[in-house]
Design a binder for this molecule. Structure first.
Ligand SMILES: [Zn+2]
Length: 313
């Protein structure tokens, strides 16, 4: 159902809409470039890589509820109209042995206002050349395009790469590729292209693995076959890097059963979201979301039949 091509089509439409009106999203311009979070003794940065604005998030974005219901949820979330800004945020952990980065950013390919990550990293005092490890949540284009330039040169020359085992095997499976819908199929070639310059530096990790000191894999499949969130912890202090287990928080926290078009296995994604949010609320674990509005961090609380984000917590 969800596809990279479809996503690019949506983003393209958003870009054209912006160009047509000459409007640049004011919130993107004023969104903080980065946000620093302390997790025990660990220093974490959330770095904004730009955003896109969906001109009408009530149509085509949520696959399993009627337009009016999505419009109602947007209104309840305090959004005006039907446009929804969707940011991209890369989380970075500073360690004595270099920077550990969670996903690689958009590479500027998700729309005209994306690809600000590298500049915002420098603004935060983080040098892309000091990235020694990139841990991937999953392989959708907006999470892997930042690995290389358009010419296929590695943007992170000193980085090792860790990827979820199941994600790697799925996107490198010729059988899956041949069976994929025409919309999903380009994603397979994209994965090969983006990881090519890192040959010999890619390691797979499984559920529960410790991928770096203080960083543990929490398997959260459904958005993609091997989708994995990463728990950063130091003592009692924790921060879960959600990836896309929860997409736009305005819609999918209050309504965990709603399915964004990018969830590849709707049933599995909903089951994962329910289980994960229950745990996060019960254990009061702070989160950071790749597509959450800056500061993109907060604590998940139960609210009605769903959840809400207490921002910045
Ligand atoms: Zn995403």
């Amino acid at each position: 159902m969800t596809t990279l091509t479809r996503r690019e089509a949506l983003l393209g439409a958003a870009a054209m809409a912006a160009a047509a009106t000459g409007a640049s999203p004011a919130r993107a311009a004023t969104a903080p470039a980065f946000h620093r979070v302390q997790v025990g003794a660990l220093e974490v940065f959330v770095v904004n890589d730009g955003s896109v604005t969906r001109p009408d998030a009530t149509r085509g974005f949520v696959t399993n509820v009627p337009t009016e219901q999505v419009a109602g949820a947007m209104q309840s979330a305090g959004l005006q109209g039907t446009a929804l800004e969707s940011p991209y945020n890369v989380t970075i952990l500073r360690t004595p042995r270099g920077l550990v980065m969670f996903d690689a950013g958009t590479g500027g390919l998700s729309g005209p206002n994306t690809g600000t990550g590298p500049a915002n990293m420098r603004a935060a005092g983080l040098d892309p050349a000091q990235v020694t490890l990139i841990v991937h949540t999953h392989f959708h284009g907006d999470h892997i395009n930042g690995l290389t330039t358009n010419e296929g040169v590695a943007n992170f020359p000193n980085a090792q790469i860790m990827v979820p085992e199941r994600e790697w095997s799925f996107w490198n499976d010729a059988g899956e590729e041949s069976r994929a819908t025409e919309f999903r199929r380009p994603g397979f070639a994209l994965v090969r292209r983006r990881f090519a310059p890192y040959q010999g530096r890619v390691t797979t990790y499984g559920p529960g693995a410790q991928v770096a000191p203080g960083v543990t894999a929490v398997t959260t499949p459904g958005h993609s076959p091997g989708h994995t969130s990463l728990l950063i912890a130091d003592g009692n202090a924790q921060l879960l890097v959600l990836g896309d287990a929860v997409h736009a928080p305005q819609l999918f926290l209050p309504n965990p059963d709603w399915v964004p078009i990018f969830d590849m296995d709707a049933n599995q994604a909903v089951e994962t979201r329910r289980r994960l949010l229950d745990r996060l609320a019960t254990d009061r674990i702070p989160v950071v979301g790749y597509h959450f509005p800056m500061p993109a961090t907060g604590r998940v609380e139960r609210a009605g039949t769903g959840y809400r984000l207490v921002a910045g917590a």
